[in-house]
Design a protein around this ligand. Structure first.
Ligand code: F6P
Length: 424
């Protein structure tokens, strides 16, 4: 069952992207969708480029986008309308946040989108991405556009030239958002400056906070569980026990892994529980304990084995098996509670441009992993986060890439880190 943090009467929201090509609109759209879905708001992006490729193919060169191309204009308007229609149908059917990922660079087009959303009872926030730094635009063209199906098999320099010509067509008719009656957020030079107009309410405020933390720096995020603890050995959940002898060996192996894989010392974040702090103690860098990273609170079941819970509290055991996402341990927490308390950690992980090593726990790491790998929390509730393994996540152009290192604790003189790239 899906949880929904909205109250039933809450307004639905449409986010309308605005900006020239290669200004990161799709990057922002996907980030927003991932964040919102993770929080439990059902969100979906409607990308006009995808509509064009699906309906008309991938063969269009820059002159298709020339405002003087009458047939091109007609087709592009048709596609924009088709995507908008689909989004409105989806919102009517239960979607909470629709993300309309198109250039929307002309005021008349924006007015049409706005009027149709208003008529459907939807709030609208425009998100305009402005970037005049040619090096950022060029990097975006090289990283994302040249690998698009639009330019498959084409020489990269010819493709880049064609894409720049496409941008020029849009630039000639571009009208930045200044409409007084709209709510809008302008992101200038990847969030170096953020301008807001008419933004109010719970969700738009949350989105501004999120957008403020985005950047393009490529850095690894390492997720690992603490080394094996005494409770792990006994099969007991929760608690605040120390590391087992094997756990100490893992902590040493982890310290070596970090030395070998990081050019700069990473930020190290632990929970406030002993087993994560002990794991970090072998690293030669300071660590920061976060209460938000503590393991799911098993309440009255803390310290028990799963068998003991099944025998002594069969109703609780069954209720959790039926709806693990929403089930809250008596006097403890549910996974939904965990997601909510992890939100500040996500914002900090997004904001941080240096490597971060998070030493956490199984339930908490499942939820962090779900966010970065664009999975719904309910889909990873039983995913194993193996002990003595580092999960490395590195941002690619639109998605995080994953690699796992299973660290050998039996032979500390041998090589540390049997890396394996995970196909996702
Ligand atoms: O067993 C280790 C552990 O971290 C427990 O402390 C915690 O309750 C459990 O994993 C979370 O996993 P699940 O939600 O599958 O019970």
């Amino acid at each position: 069952m899906r949880y929904d943090p909205f109250t039933p009467e809450a307004t639905k929201l449409v986010l309308v992207l605005v900006g020239l090509p290669a200004r990161g609109k799709t990057f922002v759209s996907r980030k927003l969708a991932r964040y919102l879905n993770w929080l439990g708001f059902s969100a979906r992006t409607f990308n006009i480029g995808d509509y064009r490729r699906r309906k008309l193919g991938t063969h269009h060169r820059h002159d298709f986008f020339d405002p003087a191309n009458v047939e091109g204009n007609r087709l592009r308007n048709e596609l924009a309308t088709a995507a908008l229609d689909d989004m409105l149908v989806w919102m009517k059917g239960g979607g909470r946040v629709g993300i309309y990922d198109a250039t929307n660079t002309n005021a008349q087009r924006r007015r049409q989108v706005y009027d149709r959303c208003q008529a459907a009872g939807l709030d609208v926030v425009f998100i305009e991405s402005v970037c005049e730094d040619p090096s950022i635009v060029e990097a975006n063209i090289r990283e994302t556009k040249l690998t698009s199906p639009d330019y498959e098999g084409m020489n990269p320099d010819d493709a880049a030239r064609d894409f720049r010509a496409r941008i020029d067509h849009y630039s000639r008719t571009y009208e930045p958002v200044t409409e007084e009656d709209y709510a809008y957020i302008k992101l200038i030079d990847v969030g170096r400056i953020i301008v807001m107009h008419g933004i109010r309410g719970f969700l738009p405020g949350k989105l501004v906070n999120f957008l403020m933390n985005l950047h393009l720096v490529r850095r690894p995020i390492w997720l690992t569980r603490h080394g094996e603890s005494d409770f792990n050995v006994q099969g007991r959940i929760g608690g605040d026990t120390s590391l087992s002898p094997e756990g100490h060996l893992y902590a040493k192996a982890l310290s070596r892994f970090v030395r070998e894989h990081s050019i700069r010392p990473p930020n190290v974040w632990t929970s406030t529980l002993r087993r994560t702090i002990e794991t970090a103690s072998y690293l030669q860098v300071p660590s920061m304990p976060w209460r938000a990273l503590d393991e799911i609170d098993a309440g009255v079941c803390d310290g028990m084995t799963y068998q003991e819970i099944a025998q002594k509290m069969p109703q609780e055991f069954d209720a959790r098996a039926v709806d693990k996402l929403n089930y809250r341990y008596p006097r403890g927490e549910s996974y939904v509670d965990v997601v909510q308390r992890l939100e500040p950690v996500i914002l900090e992980l997004e904001r941080e441009s240096e490597p971060v090593l998070v030493i956490g726990h199984q339930a908490v790491l499942r939820m962090l992993y779900a966010y970065f790998m664009d999975k719904r929390p309910e889909d990873v509730l039983n995913m194993e986060i193996p002990i003595h393994t580092v999960i490395e996540l590195v941002p690619g152009p639109y998605a995080f890439e994953e690699r796992r290192y299973s660290l050998s604790v039996s032979d500390l003189d041998g090589p540390v880190g049997m890396g394996s790239a995970m196909a996702d």
